[in-house]
Write a protein that binds this ligand. Structure first.
Ligand code: NAD
Length: 484
């Protein structure tokens, strides 16, 4: 048996052990066993990281954008060089199929770094002339030290989505990846040293949320917090940050609808995308459509085609090329998802396919696998249709006409993303405009342009990431008015 991989914090340009010498176990979900140890850091490590970031911040802010961009691009090159290793590590850490990590997670991490490297050099200035009397121009200056806190579902993808704009805009960063999937962020820390980032510009502190995350959020020198994770944690962060008047960006949970109208083009490719929108990454993507609303006139036919495709999805060893779904990220999450399915049954839901854990033979016999599950017969106000499950579970809900579709779609406390499927362009625009979600996809899903505003409304989020929204978040505008 090989010794577990031991991860380190990145503080002040060096790999460092946690000051108290404690570690957390990191599990490989596909086999249900420990494979790594991650620093169980505490407030002392956070203090050291923030102090290092504070020392680095003035020089980094004064570094020309072009040079900051060069370093981000160098880091992207290194991630690309190590793409296969990182993909295997991501898969091992999270349970997702290695194919998915290779085609989605790691390439997207590269794209995030490259995108913000380009964006910062292309960011136009703003000026407001006052009819010959005066001219205003706006400086957008870095904030100083900022915190980036990310979740376990798309570990390197979401980690880089935050640190890239923060660094590009000239801030020094203290980042905290999820303790559930810390491995690729730790590896990125090593690559940042290799890329030549100045000491203290990027710091990565591992550990438990309530310990390290909370210390980071409360730290007096941390000027802004960019958080992605659950709504419950987002609320705790907002409560801690509000009295200190910190800038906050919160990307949180969802209960997203996918709406299929009777006039939708249900080609094979579109049906495949609708299936993928529910089950990609085992349903552990905040953008997955977990409520599938189907117009009643096509409900039975659609259900048949849909179930046929869902039943064909293969759950298995994440290393196997044939696996469409891997393991759920942890035993705790496996227990949560299976309990949600049980509750749906108890509440009168009819499980049309899946509904159980899956036993995978061989090395994955002790892994945490759940079959893709489709449930019908529950009203929209049921717990199953209101609370985020964040697993491979989709409910089918029939509707009659546009108004009812919109009412059901909006009938949730969340508002992250919706997708709708129709051949009627007028309807597409009309419905999209009425959906109370930050993102609406028409006849597609997860088609992402990194320039667009990304985020949710209601309990799904505050603020937007992506493009100039992220650069604005990570800078303070200062207006300068000159009398002419
Ligand atoms: P989580 O809230 O448990 O943890 C997210 C991060 O916050 C982790 O790094 C964790 O250690 C840290 N944390 C926990 N408690 C903290 C505290 N008190 N102070 C500071 N930091 C703390 O979320 P998770 O289980 O890792 O991720 C799943 C959730 O993330 C789901 O709800 C999902 O919808 C959401 N998510 C949202 C988006 C989006 O863009 N809106 C994207 C991905 C995931």
């Amino acid at each position: 048996m090989t010794a577990p991989l031991t991860l380190a914090n990145l503080i002040d340009g060096r790999q460092q052990e946690p000051r108290a010498g404690r570690y957390l176990d990191v599990f490989e979900p596909a086999i249900g066993a420990v494979f790594a140890r991650c620093p169980d850091s505490d407030a002392a490590d956070v203090d050291a990281a923030v102090a290092a970031a504070q020392r680095a911040a003035p020089d980094w802010a004064a570094t020309p954008a072009e040079q900051r961009a060069q370093l981000l691009n160098r880091l992207a090159d290194l991630v690309e060089r190590d793409l296969d290793d990182l993909a295997r590590l991501e898969s091992r850490d999270s349970g997702k199929p290695v194919q998915l990590a290779r085609s989605l997670d790691i390439p997207r991490a590269v794209a995030n770094l490259r995108f913000f490297a380009a964006a910062i050099t292309q960011w136009p200035g703003e000026a407001h002339p006052m009819d010959g009397r005066a001219i205003n121009y706006t400086l957008r200056q870095p904030l100083g030290v900022v915190a980036c806190i990310s979740p376990w579902n798309l570990p390197l993808y979401l980690f880089t989505w935050k640190i890239a704009p923060a660094l590009a805009a000239g801030n020094a960063v203290v980042a905290k990846p999820s303790e559930v999937t810390p491995c690729t962020a730790a590896r990125l820390g090593e690559l940042a040293i290799e890329a030549g980032f100045p000491s203290g510009v990027l710091n990565i502190v591992h550990g438990n949320g309530p310990q390290v995350g909370q210390a980071l959020v409360e730290h007096a020198q941390v000027k802004a917090i960019s958080f992605t994770g659950s709504t419950k944690t987002g609320a705790a962060i907002a409560a801690a940050a509000a009295p200190k008047f910190k800038k906050l960006s919160l990307e949180m949970g969802g209960k997203n609808p996918a709406i299929v109208f009777a006039d939708a083009d249900l080609s094979d490719a579109n049906l495949d995308t609708i299936v993928r929108s529910g089950f990609a990454n085992q349903g552990e993507i905040c953008l997955c459509g977990s409520r599938l609303l189907v117009e009643r006139s096509i409900y039975d036919d659609f259900k048949e085609c849909y179930l046929e495709r869902v039943r064909a999805l293969r759950v298995g060893d994440p290393n196997a090329a044939a696996s469409d779904l891997g393991a759920l990220v942890s035993k705790a999450h496996f227990d949560k998802v299976t309990a949600c399915i049980e509750r749906a049954r108890t509440d009168g839901g009819h499980v049309l396919c899946g509904g159980d854990a899956v036993r995978v033979d061989g090395r994955c016999a002790d892994g945490w696998f759940v079959a893709p599950t489709v449930i019908e017969g529950l009203p929209n106000d049921s717990v199953t249709n209101q609370e985020e499950i964040f697993g491979p579970v989709v409910t089918l809900i029939p509707f009659d006409g546009e108004d009812e579709a919109i009412a059901i779609a909006n009938g949730t406390g969340y508002g992250l993303a919706a997708s709708l499927w129709t051949s009627n362009l007028d309807r597409a625009h009309r419905v999209a405009a009425k959906l109370e979600f930050g993102i609406a996809w028409i006849n597609c899903w997860l088609l992402r342009d990194l320039r667009t505003p990304f985020g949710g409304v209601k309990n799904s989020g505050v603020g937007r990431e992506g493009g100039v929204e992220a650069l604005r978040f990570f800078t303070e505008p200062k207006n300068i008015c000159i009398r002419l």
